[in-house]
Design a protein around this ligand. Structure first.
Ligand SMILES: Cc1cc2nc3c(=O)[nH]c(=O)nc-3n(C[C@H](O)[C@H](O)[C@H](O)COP(=O)(O)O)c2cc1C
Ligand SMILES: CCCCCCC(=O)C(=O)O
Length: 370
């Protein structure tokens, strides 16, 4: 699924529109929604509206190369699939289809701790690199067991999400009394640990109750030593928004950092990811910096790569692709966005990702400003 009825390539917004028609309204709210007034959701998008590009000319752009290397693996595209929970909410094959789609596009897929297909099934279906994402649960034995399984089936890194000591107050989910329903489940985790995610109650989100019960809000930087000791895989911390925390992450053994505000789903009012990318990249001591939040077009990815990201992750867009067209939809979404990026690189006179630096971007103070 990569073309409209008139033969044009789908863009991200085409996938979004199609997905909206197909997905159950409560699930749509879960995907699209953010915390509280959704100011940070809006800020992530608005930051890209303030990007102005400084193109160079006569740069020899007959070949454009979007490939990138990270932890010894080369990817065809610097776009990757961010960890998102429960892909079977939008497609019967769930993460297996996402893995096939990401593989077809040569993209990294970060499999969520709350995946709705087993780590082994996903690995079997994948032809590109997989990483595993973890939240810090009270049950460290569950985290350790997941890590061992991920290592056994060849996952290449562990991404610890550090911005969810408790669940953001997502009013859409709370008003919908959202709970994970039907036969969808986080199949890699003990059913007892996950039970509260399925308990529907009027006027509240089961995800909030589940997080309060099962996530460990007491962890500190010192606890990272425990996780480090569990695995030889590279450790990537997701959810860093300040130079201070970037320095602490490096000091406590992070091999890479993801600049992210969780797609505006956690602290409403938090800075737009793009606005702090350069600050965090400067503080990361040479460690690779990944980025997510509000990337919808290739030109957005170009700006994030220029401001210091080695790789750019997409959260909601691959779910739109998955809902609209399964594995083909995920591949189509990633390919289209990569083609947009390659096009922008050519027109900006930067034919390789190595040519992208801060001189590409000038941030306007107002959306749509000069
Ligand atoms: C439906 C949904 C589920 C998510 N689940 C997770 C998750 O399980 N783990 C995690 O670290 N981040 C999760 N995220 C956050 C994404 O990894 C990512 O940070 C965010 O979506 C990026 O913003 P974008 O959607 O604007 O691209 C989720 C996001 C969405 C939209
Ligand atoms: C019951 C598990 C909670 C899923 C959390 C997924 C997530 O991080 C999100 O942003 O939503």
């Amino acid at each position: 699924m990569t073309q409209t009825r008139t033969g044009q390539s789908f863009t991200g917004t085409d996938y979004q529109r199609l997905a909206r028609e197909l997905v159950d309204p409560d699930v749509w709210d879960f995907i699209e929604g953010g915390a509280e007034a959704e100011r940070t959701v809006a800020a992530n998008l608005a930051a890209f509206d303030r990007v102005r590009l400084r193109p160079r000319v006569l740069a020899g752009v007959s070949e454009v190369d979007t490939s990138v290397e990270l932890f010894g693996t080369r990817y065809a595209t610097p776009l990757g699939v961010a960890p998102t929970a429960y892909h079977r909410l939008v497609d019967a094959e769930g993460e297996v289809a996402t893995a096939r789609g990401a593989g077809a596009a040569g993209a990294l897929f970060v499999v969520g701790m709350f995946a709705s297909r087993t780590l082994e099934e996903i690995a079997e279906a994948s032809s590109s690199e997989l990483w595993i994402q973890l939240y810090w649960l009270r049950r460290r034995d569950v985290m350790a067991a997941l890590l061992r399984r991920a290592e056994r089936c060849g996952y290449g890194a562990v991404m610890l999400t550090v911005d969810v000591p408790r669940m953001g107050r997502r009013w859409r989910d709370m008003r919908n009394g959202f709970a994970i329903g039907g036969d969808v489940a986080a199949v890699n985790i003990d059913a007892g640990v996950m039970a509260s995610a399925h308990e529907r109650a009027a006027g509240g989100s089961a995800l909030v109750r589940h997080t309060a019960q099962q996530f460990d809000a007491g962890v500190t930087w010192d606890d990272l030593a425990w996780l480090r000791a569990q695995t030889r895989l590279p450790l990537v911390l997701k959810g860093i928004l300040t130079a201070e925390d970037a320095r602490l992450a490096v000091r406590h053994g992070a091999d890479a950092i993801v600049v992210s505000n969780h797609g505006g789903r956690q602290l409403d009012g938090a800075v737009a990811s793009l606005d702090v990318l350069a600050e965090v990249a400067d503080a990361a001591g040479g460690r690779p910096v990944l980025f997510d939040g509000g990337v919808r077009r290739g030109v957005d990815a170009l700006a994030a790569l220029a401001l210091g990201a080695r790789m750019v992750l997409l959260g909601r867009p691959p779910l739109w692709g998955l809902a609209a067209g399964g594995a083909d939809g995920v591949a189509g979404l990633l390919r289209t966005t990569t083609e947009e990026l390659a096009h922008a690189m050519a027109l900006a006179g930067r034919p390789t990702l190595g040519d992208l630096d801060r001189s590409v971007v000038r941030m306007s103070t107002i959306a749509g400003g000069a």
